[in-house]
Structure formats: C-alpha cells, structure tokens
Design a protein around this ligand. Sequence first.
Ligand code: ANZ
Length: 922
Amino acid sequence: MADYNFREIENKWQQHWRDNNIYQVSADPTRPKYYVLDMFPYPSGAGLHVGHPLGYIASDIVSRYKRLKGFNVLHPMGFDSFGLPAEQYAIQTGQHPAITTAQNIERYKEQLGNLGFSFDWSREVQTSSPDFYRWTQWIFMQLFQSWFNQKTNQAEPIESLITQFEQNGNTSVNAACDEDTLAFTAEEWSNSSEAEQQKMLLNYRLTYLADTVVNWCPGLGTVLANDEVKDGYSERGGYPVERKKMKQWMMRITAYADRLLDGLETIEWTDSLKEMQRNWIGRSTGCELDFKVQSAGITLTAFTTRPDTIFGVTYITLAPEHELIGELTTPEQQEEVAIYVEKAVNRSERDRMADVKTVSGAFTGSYAINPISNEPVPIWIADYVLAGYGTGVVMGVPSSDDRDFRFAKHFDLPIIHVIEGTENLENPTEKKHGTIINSDFLNGMDSHDAIQAAIDKAVQLKLGEAKVNYRMRDAVFSRQRYWGEPVPVYFKDDIPHLLDEEDLPLELPAVDEYKPTEDGEPPLGRASDWQYKNQYGYELTTMPGWAGSSWYHFRYMDAHNEEEFVSKEAQAYWGNVDLYIGGTEHATGHLLYSRFWTKFLHDRGYVTVDEPYQKLINQGMIQGQSSIVYRVKGKNEFVSLGLKDQYEVMPMHIDVSLVSNNVLDTQAFQQWRDDLNGAQFILEEGKYLCGSEVEKMSKRLFNVVNPDDVVEQYGADTLRLYEMFLGPLEQSKPWNTNGIDGVFKFLRKLWRLFHDGSGNFSVSEAEPTSEELKVLHRAIKKTQEDIENYSFNTTVSSFMICVNELTSLKCNKRSVLTDLVVILSPFAPHIAEELWHLLGNVDSVTQTNFPNYNEEYLIENVHEYPISINGKVRTKLNFALDMSKENIEQAVLQDETVHRWLDGKSPKRVIVVPKRIVNIVI
Ligand code: ANZ
C-alpha cells in the first residue's frame, strides 16, 4: 500500500470490529468498571450534522482510553425515539410514526457507524419499542404505588400509608401531599367508600391526577412542560402557548426538592449547571405571616422571606386569581376589581414576572391589620403577585422592596421606613417604626443566618409560621399526543386503576388519524375496541418525552432482561454513569427528571445509586458558517459582497456546499433551485464573493454540514481529530474547514513514519535514542493528562508535535512507533488499528494497554547556566537539570574561570536560580 488509503482502512476495520464484536462487554467483577454515556439522540429526519458527533467523539476517546487503562467500559448507544416530529409527519402524511422512526434510526446508525465509535450495539435501546416502554410503564406504576414520607425523607410503598390511615387517620402522617388535603381520623377512613379512599390516596401518590393550569399549545394540540415553553411560545415549532385548566397526570417531583438540592453537592457537574438546577428548584426560606382582615372573619397569610420588615408593611396585595377576592371586594370597588382581574389573569406568568415597568392594580376596598403596628393597611390586587407561588398574598413593604416601592409610589400608598438599630418591638416607643430584630445583631451574621434569626423571632412572637417554599412545581406528565408511551391506567367509576403487571406492555393502539378527536380527546381516543378487559376505558394521554430518558441509563446495563428493568447484579456492578456527555439544553428538564426517578428507584430498593450521573460535561455547540448572496431587489441578479452597497439588495441564505473559500460556484447556484435558473451575476475581479455569518447549524439556514461528506473526503479519523482540534470541548465554535487539511496531512505524515520512500512498510528494530524516548514519553504523558482533564484539543496538537519531531529525527523504531499507535488509537482508531496490525500484532489495538511514561526520559538533561559575578555574565556552565542547588553552587565555585574572577575572595552570596542563572555577589 503506497499511500494512506483511509477509505480502505476505515471500511476494513469497521467491518472487522463489527464481525468480531470487539466492543461488546459484559459485567466482570474481576475488573473495575467505567460507564461512559452520551445523551442519546432523537432520530430526526434530517440525520446527523457535524455538530452532533462532537460529544460522541469525546466520549469515545474517553471510553477507548479507559479500556486501554484496564477498565471494563460500558459505552452504549440508543435512541430517544418517541417525539413530536415523527408525529407531525404522521399527521401530514398518514404514515405511522413507527415507520418514520425506524427509517431515521437506520440512517443514524449508518452515520454513527461511519465514524468508528466503540459502542456496544448489542445493548441498544429505543424508547419507542414496547420491550423498552413496558418498563417505563412499570416505573410509572411504582410511582403510583408510592408516597413520600417526610419523616424518613424517602418514598415508601402506598401500603405503609394505608396502614397509618387505618390506625391513626392522616393527622400524624408527614407526607408530601396536595396542599388542600383534609384531615381525617382512622374511623373516618374506614367508613369511607372505596372510591373516596382512592381519591384520598391520589393526594399522596407520587404520580397523581390533578386539575392544573397547564401550558396548552393549540398549534401542537398538546400540553407542554415549562421547559418546553420559551417566552410564551412552544420551543418546538414556535406556536403560541396559553394557560388552561385541565386534568393531568402529575409527578410529585417537589417531594424530592431538598434531596435534589443536596445531591448536587455529591456530583461533579459544572457550577453553572448546578446553579441552573438550584434556581429552578428555587428553595426559599421564610415564613407565612398572618394578617387579620378588619371587620371580617378572614385572615390573609403572606409568604415572606423578610419577616424583619413587618413594621414597614403598608398594604397587602393578592394575586388576581385569589379565591377571596370576591369576599373582600366592597360594593363600590366591584366594577373596578372585575375589570382589572379579567385583564390580569389573561397575562402569562412569565410576562407578569418579567414586566417590571408597568405598574397595575386595583383596590378591594378592604383593610387588614398590621399585627405589629396595629395600623389598618389597604388590601390590593396586583398582577405581580403570582397565584401559584407561596400563598398568592404578598405583604407590601415599599421601604425595603423595589417592586413594592414602585407600586406604592404609583398608587400613592404610604412608605414607612423600618428603623434599624433598635429592637423596640416589645415596647415600641414609636408605633410605626421599628424592626422585630435588632440590626446590630443582624450585622454580625451572614444573610442566611440573619434571615433565620428573623424567622425564629417572628415565630416566637406568634406572627406566623416558618415555611420553606420552592419555585419548582410538580411536573405535568400527560401529553395529548399519539407517539408516546401509553399510561398503564384504566378508569372504573372515574377512579384511575393500574393495569395488572402481566398486562404490560400496554401497546399503542392503531388509530385512523394521529390528531385529536373532534370532541378534543387525545388521538388515542380514536382507537376502536380499545378497552381494558373489554370494559374499562384506558387513560388517553401518553407520557412526555422525558419519561424514557429518565431511566434509560439503567436499561443499558441489562438491556435484554425480560423479568426486570435491570437486574440487581447488573446494577450493582455498573453502578452509576461515571461520565455523561451532552448538551446544556437539558439542564432543567431531563437532568432533573432522571435524578428524580433515580432517587425514587433507589428509595424503593430497585437500584443502589441515588444519583444517575457522577460526572457531567456539556459539550459546546458547533455553529454553522452560513453563506449569503445579495439579490438585487426585484431582479434575478446577484451582486458580489464587495459591491453590494452600490445596489438595493436583499440578502439570501444559500447552501454552503455551493461555496468554497467564500467564492460562489455560479453554475451550481443556477441549478440549485428552479427560480435561480438564468440568474445574472455582478462579479468583482471575476468572482462572486459571498457574505458569511456564524449561526446555529440548521436546515433552514442551509449551513448544515453532513459528517458523511467530510468522511468521504478525508476519512473518519481526520473528522474525529479535527472536531477535537477545533477547540475546548465545552466551548461553542463555528464549523470551518480551514484547518482540516492540516489534520489530514498530519495523519499522512504519521503514515509515512512507518513506510519507506517507496511506500513499503518499514520499521527498524534498533534501540531508540534518549532524544526519541523523550519525544515519545512527552506525548504519552501529555495524552494521558489531557484525556483525564477532558482537554482533547491540546492532545491533538501534542500528537502533531510528536510526529513532527519523530519525522525530523527520522525515527522509525518499532518500540517508539508501537507506543505512539496505542496512544493515538482513542482519537484515530482506524489508522491506529491498521498500523498496529502492520507492526505484526494479531489482536486489536483496543485490547492492549496504555503505555506508561517514564519520567526519567522526560528530563531535559542539562541546562546551560549563565554565571554572573557582580551582575556581569563571566562564563556559562552546563549542569544536569536534576542537580541540587547545593551541588550546582559547589561546582560553580570549583570552576576555574569563576575562581579567577573571585580573585581569592570568598563570595558574600551565591544565588542559584534553577534552570536559569547563577548569581555570585562578592
Ligand atoms: C416582604 C418583603 C420585603 C419581601 C422585602 C421581599 C423583600 P423568593 O425569594 O423568590 O421566595 N412574594 C411572596 N409570594 C409572592 C407571590 N405569590 N408572587 C410574587 N411575589 C411574592 O421571594 C419571596 C418574596 O417574594 C416574599 O418576601 C414576597 O415579598 C414576595 F424587603 O415579603 B417579600
């Protein structure tokens, strides 16, 4: 073989790895395990673009490296294959989404296969396959059969709750449950009907049916989770989203709020990602303070994080949805309040929170009593108060809070300053001013302790109760869609019941169309003859996209188990994911839900780990480099970039494949679309130059680069190295092919190290020189350190340096090249495997060991020290780099030249600066 023929090499080894199941692993208690996971893709119709493999390449490098280091590496891949696009396509074409999905998966596998990943495909999972989703349904059933005991801080079987109800009713139970759950005694429990009992239990189950205000997206015909809605529009498709009350399956994730926060301390994720989860959970410590309403038997309770400011409360505000508004509004205020409430409730929560400029509100006509000053304060309604947070009541403190200040200014409400420095509560000298807690006392504490002290004081003064609030809400689990997991529930007398376990999986029924029914039922409402035991109606919503991905990491451990979702043994061996690589867009969706389900499965004894992903890295995005041409307005004529200001132009995105080095292939452009046929060009220097823009890689912007094309031109090894070479993994960076030739040349240079001038394989058996060993061991050390620090771009450049140096040393020694091939193999596995075999090895390079570097070889043996005497360099001397300062000093003073300059005097000081200089002062 004369030259580096990447096509032949890559095909050959991909085939060989497949035929020999090289990447198949099984649990092996004699070896340490390492689990490397990629966020599995949704197989979209567009296929992979060069941005997708970035994370997969990095995780593949780590997997291969860990294997060489003696670990038993689990590195699986699968598909998150339920989802909207296949369903939208089904609605348009009538084709079953399973067909589209299967085609897309085929395409993805082919594309992934071209890149030489070391996935164990025997463990592939597809969330839309009944073999997989029967376990998603099974986990749903376990959630339904569980409650969260706050005394033990974990989930328990619902039977233990029923036992408590039978013995003591619910008053001594401390559970995560619906807020409006009424108290009952053991007797009342046993006297309740079966239906009443089931209704009560729904208040406690970890998944439950509830009437909730949801994000309803008429354009998509479904409910969306908060993280699927951006600025009032659906993230997918950009359709408007409304607030609507509907009966939904919910997941009681709020029960786990504290554990989800605490767990963050035990995992290696970036601070920014942890902070995103903390903010999303939004734990806030404060108290609920009571305000009696004047001349009415009502008490309003406000949640506040600043009970110390209670002296400054000059008004109370309610959310426009608050249920007591009717009762509190006086006849004179009725009309104004009605108009205001109607306007306010139609604004989305997000708008209401984001809008700090427009102040709006209405006075109810009623007053409450400030419990500290005993002054009456007016009760208002304002849309900045959210119904779903705290109690939906805010105590207005214009002197301490900006929003309250703006409100008070706007409506001319009094502003009373909280006087600091005096704890004059017990005996307030001045009625209106004061603080419940001495600020001298507060000043010495950090804000957390100060708030806690204020809360303790408020409780001690019986102003209210301590309370922790969370911004996070229970998660809506129902989707009004077809292409998702059916919920394993049927209804008897309107009460939800679980299917028998042996009836799983509950498979998706056939339907005539994939859209909602005429009376607004979800698509499953179209299935005919679809009843449980031929008599009970099934739940018609399906599960959300995040259901399958909340536990798939366990299934890979034991992908074909038909008895359990994962066996105890497999789980005990593989533990949790050691390294997880994926995008940040999942920060508050998938990454929170899978932590929740993992904790739940842990509580119920099904898995031993309590966090799914020990270390997480978010790869950056590879952006597209769009190409733009400038159409002269109203004409089929296009003007080159440099001349465009002389015309009235319309910029237009065009396919990047029509452009090379910013020069347009005008002929190809004319053929690109029918309407461009016969297009005219205004050129500069005989060329049409395009504009360019760095943007998200997207079909719509025609800037998508298909990895298949790059592989075709340069090979997978070049693509792998090049993607890593583009920059630090976590950083986003534009795709440009400027440097790809350099990487390709590097691999050819590597190839030539192993071949003589006429292209014959030729290595020497001679012993390497110390110089050659230094070059090699420097590269071994750097590769190891860089991979362990996930710094892949720097490894690629160290390979380049190494190969350049070996080339100039004309080194083709077998022992050096053998190690070089091994350290390169995680990055460029095909060429490494080929060279490994050319070197005479029989087994795969993946089955060898990573070489150890030897520090001795790394030592730059000597350094030439300038010897300065009284500030002037008088001579230069060579010393070994590892020589001690004392020895250097000794040797310097022995030197003849130095002797001469000393002229018989003994020096006052000798300063040895290692690897630099020796200064002698006489
Ligand atoms: C008085 C006060 C004085 C407040 C002060 C803050 C500063 P976090 O930290 O997010 O939990 N609040 C309470 N319920 C609300 C609701 N439903 N809608 C909008 N705002 C609400 O914020 C808690 C603070 O947000 C509470 O403390 C309350 O205002 C307000 F100098 O009470 B504060």
